[in-house]
Design a protein around this ligand. Structure first.
Ligand SMILES: O=P(O)(O)OC[C@H]1O[C@H](O[C@H]2O[C@H](CO)[C@@H](O)[C@H](O)[C@H]2O)[C@H](O)[C@@H](O)[C@@H]1O
Length: 250
């Protein structure tokens, strides 16, 4: 169930990408953001004074490619990277760890196992098993082995993926950082996401009196609202965009 649009007030919008703006795909590079979704984002940002940011696990450069021609404020790699509304980059407190040896270790452990994918990112790497769900335990063991004894990286389980990431700011921290800056400050935060890594974002938004929305089925979540799927969420976002537009015209 989603809240009544009329009750939201002036909002700042934070949106996860995979599973929230785009349907999940077998492989990370197969994901496409539909042209209607790009239009929706464009219209939505117009209804909240451009206080709209993407909060993703992907690199900012990849988010930009997926959302082309839009260039939005984006936090990437689960909070490790952040570009503000003026286009300025904010680096994390810690230097991103050079993942080369971890990527090599994961590739060696996965070997020629079909369907297991290693996705290198900036200061992070993801080990995907979506095409081989039965390999979940194997992938967990491989990822745990790769981080053993290291305090500079952390293991983040996600949807059919284990991610190893430089220890640092999370999605909650970057939403908080945006809320201190124009045009986000003074607005009520709304955050929608579908994955375990979005829970810290829900916690932050709840603490700020905002609207947290879990997309898809899940037994436990900190989110206060639910959207059954992308279609329901995007329909609601469209209503929000239209309500903002009518307000400006009226
Ligand atoms: O925070 P997000 O923007 O949602 O990014 C989270 C991760 O998304 C991608 O992996 C997920 O989507 C893939 C494509 O649909 C899917 O194959 C995979 O199973 C999902 O876990 C991305 O590849 C990761 O880098 C992101 O961290």
């Amino acid at each position: 169930m989603l809240p009544e649009v009329a009750e939201i007030g002036p909002f700042a919008m934070f949106l996860d990408l995979d599973g929230t703006l785009a349907e999940l795909a077998e492989r990370p590079e197969a994901v496409v953001v539909a042209p209607e979704t790009i239009e929706l984002l464009d219209s939505l940002r117009g209804s909240c004074g451009h206080a709209l940011a993407i909060i993703s696990g992907r690199d900012i450069a990849v988010v930009d490619r997926l959302l082309h021609p839009l260039v939005l404020p984006v936090a990437g790699v689960h909070g490790l990277q952040r570009r503000d509304a003026a286009g300025a980059m904010h680096s994390a407190a810690v230097e991103p760890v050079d993942m080369t040896p971890i990527v090599a270790a994961l590739r060696a452990a996965v070997g020629a196992e079909p369907g297991l994918l290693v996705e290198p990112k900036t200061g992070a790497v993801a080990l995907h098993y979506r095409q081989r769900p039965e390999c979940q335990n194997l992938c967990r063991d491989i990822a745990e082995h790769a981080v053993r004894g290291r305090s500079d990286v952390e293991l983040l389980p996600g949807k059919m993926v284990f991610e190893i990431r430089t220890e640092g700011a999370d999605k909650g921290d970057v939403i908080e950082a945006y809320l201190k800056e124009a045009p986000f400050s003074g607005r009520r935060p709304v955050f929608a996401g579908d994955d375990a890594t979005d829970e810290v974002g829900f916690a932050l938004v709840n603490a700020r009196g905002g609207v947290s929305i879990k997309v898809g089925a899940c037994a436990t979540t900190l989110a206060r609202y639910r959207a059954a799927n992308l279609r329901e969420l995007h329909g609601w976002l469209g209503e929000l965009a239209r309500a903002g537009r009518e307000e400006r015209i009226g």
